[in-house]
Design a protein. Structure first.
Length: 261
């Protein structure tokens, strides 16, 4: 099955998009959300790579509804191709074991769909970005939910905003385990605090499941937290976008099956 499409994922602070040609991710770009008005022109340029392919498409997922509506309108004005919205036009192929009114973020569900499509087994997904989410997918591909905690830069910013003597600090890996000045102490606190919370959650999920699941990390801060670390089985940088590929493929397969019947 040919998959030629542009995948756009609007997060809390940044928007990432990529081009899939014949199912392969060939291009990836990131902009800040305040630059959303530049997105249609960038998408139009990328669309040239798939315009002559079979059934080219533009997919949009978002955790910020108002930005999704704005982006869709701008793209529809720029291009003849209509935007396909995740969870409005096509469903994410993932079972759910959450409260009916949970309103789980699309990024978390797409991460789950992408991970389970690849692994076909129980897993924990750590998405380390603006916020940190730690979610559990069981061996049947059902999303159970998980935990949400502040991202590391958010922790640093909150300390600066709430405590007058604490400076504004840009996130980086601490250079030593014991901070010998205020800035290093803050970096040490958020870095090891985040790692400790994530490790405890993984252990708790493993106890709940009765087995230790594979652990997948994604998100902009994942390399800083986990690179060369045996806590994580693998880091997948574009997991949300890969989940969009899984979702689009499932939708096309369902349509083909429906037409055949």
């Amino acid at each position: 099955m040919e998959l030629n499409f542009i995948a756009i994922s609007i997060g809390n602070t940044r928007t990432q998009f990529c081009t899939f040609i014949d199912g392969a991710l060939t291009e990836h770009q990131i902009i800040d959300n305040h630059q959303i008005e530049t997105l249609p022109e960038m998408v139009a340029v990328s669309y040239l790579d798939i315009a002559d392919k079979k059934d080219p498409a533009i997919l949009l997922a978002s955790v910020v509804p108002q930005l999704a509506t704005q982006a869709e309108s701008l793209i529809n004005q720029k291009l003849a191709s209509q935007v396909i919205r995740i969870q409005r036009d096509i469903d994410i192929p993932l079972g759910l074991q959450t409260d009916p009114d949970a309103n789980t973020g699309q990024d978390r569900l797409l991460n789950g769909a992408g991970a389970y499509d690849t692994l076909k087994q129980a897993c924990v997904i750590v998405d380390a970005g603006t916020a940190i989410t730690v979610d559990f997918i069981d061996g049947q591909g059902t999303f159970h939910g998980g935990a949400i905690l502040p991202g590391m830069q958010m922790m640093l910013d909150a300390m600066h905003q709430q405590a007058s003597q604490l400076p504004k600090v840009k996130l980086q890996k601490p250079t030593e385990p014991i901070g010998h000045n205020t800035q290093q102490a803050m970096l040490t606190g958020v870095y090891y605090g985040a790692r400790g919370a994530i490790l405890k959650l993984i252990e708790t999920y493993a106890e709940h499941a009765g087995a230790y699941p594979l652990v997948i990390a994604t998100g902009g801060d994942a390399p800083l937290l986990f690179e060369d670390d045996d806590l994580i089985d693998r880091i997948v940088p574009h997991l949300t976008l890969l989940g969009m590929k899984t979702t689009f493929k499932a939708a096309l397969e369902s349509e083909l099956e429906s037409n055949a019947n």
